[in-house]
Design a protein around this ligand. Sequence first.
Ligand code: SAM
Length: 360
Amino acid sequence: MTERDPIPTRHATRWLLQCRPGFGADLAAELADWSNSAGVAGWSRVENDQGRVDFHSADGRPLPTPPALTFARQAWPVVADCPQLPERDRVGALLEALAPHLPEALAGVWLEHPDTNDGKALGRFCRKFRPHLERALRERGVALERAGAPRLHLWFADSRQVVAGLAPAGSGRPWPMGIPRLRLPRAAPSRSALKLEEAVGWLLTPVEREAALRPGMSAVDLGAAPGGWTWALRQAGLHVTAVDNGPLAESLRADRAVRHLREDGFRYRPPHRVDWLVCDMVEQPHRVARLVRHWLVSGWCGRALFNLKLPMRRRWQCVAECRALVTGGSGELGWRSAQLYHDREEITVLAWRPAAGSRG
Ligand code: SAM
């Protein structure tokens, strides 16, 4: 790396990727699939409990930027590794290690750590550490909060062990550790409403959100009860047919723009085309994938947003199979998937027919 290179991704031989704790092996499997198909020589070191994967170049050559990966909450190229900061003046030692790489300005400083119970204590440490670090950066002439500049990532494995990276502005999920801070409105019937909000915020671009979620549009919600997703769609002004044998929340029952049908989601057929199919049924993922494909190729909906529940061991393999089932393996239908922060043992997928005008 040259001195003060503002685009570290060009030279990185190691990336640090974060995921939900317990899903490191799935992320590593996904990385292996990508690196095999892209001809990238790399290997993963997995810290499963911490939700961390370090992807290393196998031949010392710089790694290309990985694509948006389903299981990666965050990913950035590593520029420095500090395995043992001193007890005193950790800021000084950290800046020493960063000195050859520091750009003149940073868009932000993101202090990250495992999203675990132990990680919570580290979060408190990071909040205290931040003002000292930011002051020292300014004293070194680094301007902070400069739009368009790279972002500094610091991953604290513990309070003395830090990995540092620089990511281009706008890359990755737009929240430290990939965790959006969303508040559940009191009126929402379930926490699942946050899952839909996060999915719309990450899987759709702002332009797509504007075009594809407009008042007066229509949606079918399969597996709707108690109604978090239906409620969130109503907030956007859509008319919703909610299909579930279970009861909907009281507030939705009184809503004339919500039609509740106590039916099996696999048997239900819409009387006319709708803009959206959303589906959160707790069912076998392959079954859901086939159903979603059927809706899309039959022209029953323009776009589909759905969850795939992944209680099995080899989750990435299941995701890859479901992707092939939905898209037909030929890219004939669009697919974007992510394990969202609000997803537990599951992922959320956006699929569409290209004619629906989504970005490919
Ligand atoms: N998205 C909902 C929300 O925001 O409140 C939560 C859905 S909950 C995780 C799963 C729902 O799927 C349950 O209410 C269950 O009754 C429903 N379900 C499971 N299999 C179904 C099927 N074959 N047809 C219709 N609903 C089904």
